[in-house]
Structures are given as structure tokens and as C-alpha cells.
Design a protein around this ligand. Structure first.
Ligand SMILES: [Zn+2]
Length: 506
């Protein structure tokens, strides 16, 4: 999230979220701390969304609820994807949604260019190439400051075209005799298009699993961004009517998210999709830093079930959506900005982008490396960090996707109000049985002895049920415990304590 201020007006660019790391037990989502904006809510004129990836739009419903925003601007597909998200959160009517037409050029906020995620793809899947002429024209008019994507600034050369992935699918899929399962980000509609194109070519039916994937593919098909014949699409429930070599499953879960479709498939815990020897799973995504271990667990699970798992380290089944160093240089050369503020990336990536800017002729004192909360002032002398404001993370402890209207915002301020509940269950090593009833430690949500007993029994029941279905993955057990116990506490007390499930193997 970037906040622009001119006089008393505030324009927000993107409102993303991060996914919790393992140390954030019991947390579902990580949002930026909106404190600064909440205090200045009446000054916010609009939010502009560069694209619909979760790290750019995921916290918008929470921002709308906390700060209220009169207008949200984005291109057509982003707007539709976001509208459905806002609707689920019951905040669709908070802001007016307004469409930006790319041909009209960038949203004009003065001589500042904010890139969003970009790469320069000369053979894009949708045929719409980077408008190099327009960028040069913007450069000719003069750019005071460039805020540019830095994700791949450390990587030399250029990023491969998205089309390369389609070619890999075309090599891999026709030769396979079992099921094909392809997992990617639900928002990567071009990736899904390329997979489904190959399914059509080889005569496989396609089933879509995972709520966000189903939703996004529906929206993209309705708008014409994804084109698949109706007769190719089948319901998950109908998979059993086809032989393995007749189907392709398109799935969420490329990040090993604990309750996602692919993770559940990997632990034999998915109601509609089974994996067996001869099947091929393609993970068409790169691990977000911090998710590597979860993805390794998923790959191990799938491999144990007999599948061959192809991922970016062993097959060209993913290319980055971010430009490498040469593409960043191209943008710097076209725009010739007077000053540069690298954004989107870890500090080392921002710093690599700063070096590229300097090589491109931007003076060192006109390059600013800002961190979360930094206030950068753009004046006649160039950009300067002049202040640091409240920033950081806010945790969301939701109760699963069916209950998004009621998710609880959790942080240190709120935790004291609804209390904490810690559930500790011990599994006896080799046979994976529960040793004794789970222990419960409750603080401050009006808990009675009867309720604690009921919760303890429920925790035991949830665990037994999972173990009897051969689910023994600690993270999955913890997520199921979290959701089951959270729901019961809410039903009985209308409170949402922070729930910390801890499963220990002895
Ligand atoms: Zn991004």
C-alpha cells in the first residue's frame, strides 16, 4: 500500500495483504496497520488498484470498513474480481467502483509514475503488448518520480514470456496417462487459460476446485478474459464419471496454504479429488518467501500418494510476472525519471533497483530507499525521507470462508477484549493417536467450566475424525481445530477470542 498526499488530498494505491508465517499461529491474514489512514479518513479521495493479486487488493474490504473510501478505481477485470470480494465482506456499497480504461493512459496524479507489478512481454497471452511508445511519451513530458516494482531487480537479463509456460504444458500434458492437476494463483487467469487450452486440445474435461479459483474463473469467463467451451467444464462431483486420462483438475493451493484444495488433496482429505499412481501434479507458481516448507510438505504428500509433481525447479512450468534487471533498465530509459523510489520487494531488492537507477543516470541523492511507514517528501530538491508514521501489521483471525462478514480483527488492542484460548493436543509419535484429552487454557472470554469441557470434547472429536481419515499433518490438524473450536466458542458466547491451536508430536 502506498499513500500519496497533495495538500489535504489523499490517494491510496493498492491495499494488499500478506499471508501469515508459521510463527503467526491462529492467524488467518496479515493486513497493513491502517491507523494513519483511519485518522485522516475524510481526506481520502480514492483508492487506485493496479491489479487484483491478493498482495495488492486483499486488505481493501478491511480498509473500506475502517476508513471508508468514496471511490475505487481499477481496470475491468480487477474491478469485477474486487467487487465480488467486497460483496462477500458486505462492503460492496461503501465505495463507488470506477473503471479505468488502459488505452486512456495512466491515472493522472501529476508527473509521478507508479508501475504496479510489470514485465515486458513481447508475446503476451492476450496479445496486448507493452505500449512502449506511450511510456516514451510520458518520459518526454517529464517524470518527477518513478515508484517501480523491484521484485526481480537482482535477477539479470529479462523474464521469460508467459507463453513459455503454455509451451511447457503442451510438452508435458499430451504424454500423460493419469490425471493432471494444475495449481496456480487464482488470480493468474492467463496461466489458467493456457492450461485449459491444452486440455481442450487433448480432449480432457476440466474441473475447478478451490473456492477462489472457481470464483475467479467464472468472473474471467463472463468478461471474456478466459475462453473455454462449456462442454469442457465439468463439476468436481462428476470427476468419478471419467477415467483419469480424461480429466484435468485446476486447483488452488500453490502456496501450500493449510486448508487449500491442493493441500487437502495431498493429505487425502479432499472430498472430490483423489490422487494415485500415474497422476501428474503441476505446481505452476513460485513459493512466496516463507511458504517453502509448506510447499515441500505438499509435494511430499502428493509424491507419497504416487503422483509425479512438476514444479518450477524441475520444469519450465512457471515464469515470473515481474521484470528482471534489463526490463527495469528499459523502463528507466523510457521514462528518464528525475528521481526514483524503488517499491514492491524486500529491502535487498529495493537496493538492487536503486543501483540500476544510478547506472541509468539518476543521481544518488535523487534515489530514496523507503521502508514501511517512511514519509517521503517530494520537493524541488528531490525526494527526502522526512518522517516515520504508525505502520506495521494487523492480524485477522477469521472463522473460515463461510463466515467472512464476521471475521475478527486481532491485534494487541483487541486481544484483551475477547480473550485467548489455547488448545494443546498431544499425538503419540508413530501411530499418530491422541494421547489423552486435549488441554485447554482459557483467559478472559467469559468461559465456564461446562463450556471448557464442551470445547475439550469438541477438540478431541475434531482430532479423532481427522486421524481416522488419515490426516496427520500438524498444520492441517491445527487449522481444523482452530476453525472448529472458534465456531463453537462463538455459538456459545458470541465472542471471538484469539484461538491458538498447538498440536505436539511425541
Ligand atoms: Zn505484487
Amino acid at each position: 500500500m502506498t499513500v500519496y498526499e497533495l495538500g489535504d488530498d489523499i490517494l491510496v494505491v493498492d491495499a494488499g495483504l500478506a499471508f501469515p508465517r508459521d510463527e503467526h499461529l491462529g492467524v488467518d491474514l496479515v493486513l497493513p496497520d491502517f491507523g494513519y489512514l483511519v485518522d485522516r479518513a475524510d481526506q481520502i479521495r480514492a483508492v487506485v488498484l493496479t491489479h487484483a493479486h491478493e498482495d495488492h487488493v486483499g486488505s481493501l474490504p478491511y480498509l473500506l470498513r475502517e476508513a471508508g473510501v468514496p471511490e475505487v478505481w481499477a481496470t475491468k477485470l480487477t474491478l469485477e474480481l474486487v467487487a465480488s470480494k467486497l460483496d462477500e465482506h458486505g462492503v460492496l456499497r461503501v465505495a463507488e467502483l470506477r473503471e479505468i480504461v488502459p488505452e486512456d493512459g495512466p491515472f493522472t496524479i501529476g508527473p509521478v509514475v507508479h508501475t504496479g507489478d510489470y514485465k515486458i512481454d513481447h508475446t503476451p497471452v492476450d496479445g496486448i503488448k507493452t505500449d512502449v511508445g506511450k511510456l516514451a511519451e510520458v518520459g518526454n513530458r517529464g517524470v518527477d518520480l518513478l515508484l517501480g516494482d523491484s521484485t526481480n531487480a537482482e535477477r539479470p537479463g529479462v523474464t521469460l514470456s508467459e507463453r513459455v509456460v503454455g509451451e511447457a504444458f503442451r510438452q508435458i500434458i499430451p504424454a500423460r496417462t493419469g490425471r493432471i492437476i494444475i495449481s496456480s494463483f487464482a488470480s493468474n487467469v492467463h496461466r489458467m487459460q493456457q492450461a485449459m487450452d491444452v486440455a481442450v486440445e487433448v480432449g480432457r474435461k476440466v474441473a475447478v476446485v478451490g473456492r477462489s479459483m472457481r470464483k475467479n474463473i467464472n468472473i474471467a469467463r463472463n468478461l471474456g478474459y478466459v475462453q473455454v467451451p462449456d462442454e469442457t467444464m465439468i463439476k468436481t462431483a462428476d470427476l468419478d464419471n471419467y477415467r483419469p486420462h480424461e480429466v484435468m483438475v485446476v486447483s488452488t493451493g500453490s502456496q501450500g496454504e493449510p486448508l487449500s484444495a491442493l493441500t487437502r488433496i495431498a493429505y487425502n482429505d479432499h472430498p472430490g479429488v483423489k490422487v494415485e499412481r500415474g497422476d501428474t501434479v503441476i505446481i505452476s507458481a513460485k513459493p512466496i518467501p516463507g511458504n517453502e516448507l509448506r510447499i515441500h510438505d505438499t509435494i511430499n504428500g502428493l509424491t507419497k500418494l504416487g503422483a509425479e509433481v512438476l514444479h518450477e525447479e524441475i520444469a519450465p512450468v512457471h515464469v515470473s510476472g515481474h521484470g528482471n534487471a534489463e526490463e527495469l533498465r528499459t523502463i528507466l530509459a523510457l521514462l528518464r525519471p528525475k528521481a526514483v523510489m524503488p517499491i514492491h520487494g524486500e529491502f535487498r531488492m529495493l537496493s538492487a533497483h536503486a543501483r540500476l537507477a544510478q547506472e541509468a543516470g539518476v543521481p544518488a541523492d535523487a534515489i530514496v530507499l523507503a521502508e514501511n511507514g517512511s514519509v517521503v517528501e517530494l520537493g524541488p530538491g528531490g525526494p527526502r525521507i522526512v518522517d516515520q508514521v504508525e505502520s506495521g501489521m494487523t492480524f485477522v483471525d477469521g472463522l473460515g470462508v463461510g463466515d467472512v462478514r464476521d471475521v475478527a480483527l486481532r491485534d494487541r488492542r483487541h486481544m484483551s477484549e475477547d480473550g485467548v484460548l489455547i488448545v494443546v493436543a498431544t499425538l503419540a509419535g508413530s501411530n499418530g493417536r491422541i494421547s489423552g484429552a486435549p488441554e485447554l487454557i482459557a483467559r478472559g472470554f467469559g468461559e465456564s467450566d461446562e463450556l471448557i469441557e464442551e470445547l475439550r470434547a469438541e477438540a478431541g472429536r475434531v482430532l479423532q475424525e481427522l486421524l481416522s481419515e488419515n490426516v496427520s499433518e500438524i498444520k492441517l490438524l491445527q487449522e481444523h481445530l482452530h476453525d472448529g473450536i472458534g465456531q463453537l466458542v462463538y455459538d456459545r458466547t458470541q465472542r471471538r477470542p484469539m484461538i491458538l491451536p498447538v498440536v505436539i508430536e511425541t
